[in-house]
Design a protein around this ligand. Structure first.
Ligand code: SAJ
Length: 402
């Protein structure tokens, strides 16, 4: 057992799995969250988020006494900042949670401590936090180890990826990079790549922006193919037979709290230079409005042709297949837009959620059976078992039948 002690600020989708992983490596972890209910749940060995294998990891870390949660930090030797970085108006990043988390640990810091930010952050945040720390504790100037180390885990596979993904670690100086690398070595099996803090910050933003731009290309193709009456799924499959082409899949838009958000960290700071990144965001956002408009038009055509309002099944609410996460979900946005338009009768389906406060949810098989128009918004695996029907109008925005 090590005598090391870690304070983890933020026990959400990334903080809690990371805290559990570290604690299960027999390192003492004191987790901090502003939400007392979250703290209570974790101290009871339970979890407040859906993520495979996380329940077991937290239960064992708490039972062994290596993970404790609280609403306040304590003295430790390593401090990890894993809090959200949301948005202010005009798509500008808001680092106030990182700032307040840092302020909360400043009184506990002592010589040789390690302070690491994992939260997705605009370029320069780590150095800004360093200046803030040294301004309020000048006696510690250059005596702390300060680094940025972004996470890259995929929701749904977090516990595996936390251990096996490579990581980029950027310190404010070489010794900080080295100390942070030695810390992660204790529980990460992927390779640890050293760099400086700014490059590590930009690397995180680059990874997600790169995926956003590539998805925008696929979504743009889907708009072109709709006009040209070409099956976009077949087109992409065939283009990908080229040895150096690898196009991603079109969708009803890009959602989640990472890919649909992080590119703005670049565009807000570099509006003149980040043109492609900005347009990709616009294309992906436009794709969702386009899906809503297309559905409204098909409903109208049905009404004109049949002299009655059709029943439409809106299939899927989550931001991507086979999860229950609705954050920044394009499917949810499209459903809200259609229901608000009062242009049709709708059955809303999300098989990964039992109840949803905003709309009554229908069983996916019943909805498929009853509806005249089927609108696939998310390619859930369950939907793929529904046999294609020629007697229904099917709008497959998600590629269920690709
Ligand atoms: N999507 C498409 N077409 C595709 C792939 C995805 O439209 O071909 C859509 C999805 O439906 C979803 C959105 O993109 O709406 C994002 O889904 P995702 O699976 O691409 O990514 P996330 O948001 O779950 O996780 C991403 C990952 N980043 C990259 O793959 C570069 C993950 O590794 C990061 O850790 C995570 O963001 C994060 O926390 O930043």
């Amino acid at each position: 057992m090590s005598s090391q002690k870690v304070v983890m600020i933020g026990l959400g989708y990334i903080g809690l799995p990371t805290a559990a992983l570290i604690a299960n490596s027999d390192i003492q972890v004191h987790g901090v969250d502003i939400n007392p209910q979250v703290v209570e749940t974790i101290n009871a060995g339970k979890i407040h988020i859906v993520e495979p294998s996380l329940d077991k990891a937290v239960a064992s870390a708490v039972a062994k006494g290596f993970l404790k949660a609280s609403t306040f930090p304590v003295e430790a030797d390593t401090y990890l900042i894993v809090v959200p970085t949301p948005f202010k108006a005009k798509n500008e990043p808001d680092i106030s949670f990182v700032e307040s988390a840092t302020k909360a640990v400043i009184p506990f810091l002592k010589e040789n401590d390690l302070y690491i930010i994992e939260s997705t952050s605009p370029i320069g945040t780590t150095e800004k936090m360093m200046r803030m720390i040294y301004n309020s504790r000048p006696e510690l100037t250059d005596k702390l180890h300060i680094a940025y180390c972004p996470e890259r885990v995929l929701p749904g596979n977090v516990m595996h990826e936390l251990v096996y993904n490579d990581r980029v670690i950027g310190g404010v100086n070489e010794i900080s990079t080295l100390k942070a690398t030695n810390f992660y070595k204790q529980f990460v099996k992927g390779e640890l790549h050293p760099t400086n803090a700014k490059t590590a910050e930009m690397c995180k933003l680059t990874e997600n922006s790169s995926r956003d731009v590539q998805i925008a290309f696929a979504n743009e193709l889907s708009l072109i193919c709709d006009k040209a009456d070409i099956n976009v799924w077949e087109l992409i499959r065939l283009a990908n037979k080229h040895p150096r082409v690898n196009i991603l899949q079109p969708s009803s838009g890009v959602g989640g709290h990472c890919i649909a958000v992080d590119p703005y960290f670049i565009t807000s700071e570099f509006p003149k230079e980040a043109r492609l990144i900005g347009v990709a965001r616009e294309v992906n956002n436009f794709k969702s409005s386009w899906c809503a408009e297309k559905t409204k038009n098909v409903i109208l055509e049905f009404q004109l042709k049949n002299g009655r309002m059709p029943l439409s099944a809106l299939m899927g609410l989550s931001f991507k297949p086979d999860i229950d996460d609705l954050r920044e979900s394009p499917a949810k946005q499209i459903v809200e837009e259609l229901i608000k338009s009062e242009n049709g009768d709708f059955l809303v389906v999300e098989p990964n959620i039992e109840d949803y406060s905003k709309f009554k949810l229908s069983d996916y098989k019943d909805a498929f059976e009853k509806a005249d128009i089927i609108v696939f918004l998310v390619a859930h695996t369950l939907f793929k078992n529904l046999t294609f029907r020629n007697d229904k109008i099917i709008l497959d925005f998600a590629g269920v039948y690709k």
